[in-house]
Design a protein around this ligand. Structure first.
Ligand SMILES: [Zn+2]
Length: 89
């Protein structure tokens, strides 16, 4: 059995996910907040503005953006991430 270290809270758990079962719902909550923020914004939003506007940590925002589907969704909603994405890939 392989144990993973949760990228959110640091606890160890047995799963292939990046976060532990406790943090999955927190991730989902954060992601819906980020989507709402982008939907309500009229202009392009930088990653920094997105993080400070929603209270979601920059670290978590960057982690979500490494998921290709979320990255596409967020950029379609108006996230301006072309500069930042190069620094995390
Ligand atoms: Zn966790």
């Amino acid at each position: 059995m392989n144990l993973n270290k949760c990228e959110r809270c640091g606890c160890f758990f047995a799963s292939k996910n990046a976060v532990c079962p406790n943090c999955v719902s927190k991730d989902e909550h954060d992601i819906s907040q980020l989507k709402n923020y982008l939907c309500e914004s009229d202009s392009a939003v930088s990653i920094e503005n997105l993080a400070s506007g929603t209270g979601v940590s920059l670290k978590n925002v960057n982690r979500f953006l490494q998921n290709k589907d979320l990255y596409t969704t967020f950029t379609n909603l108006g996230l301006d991430s072309e500069i930042n994405i190069n620094t995390i890939l």
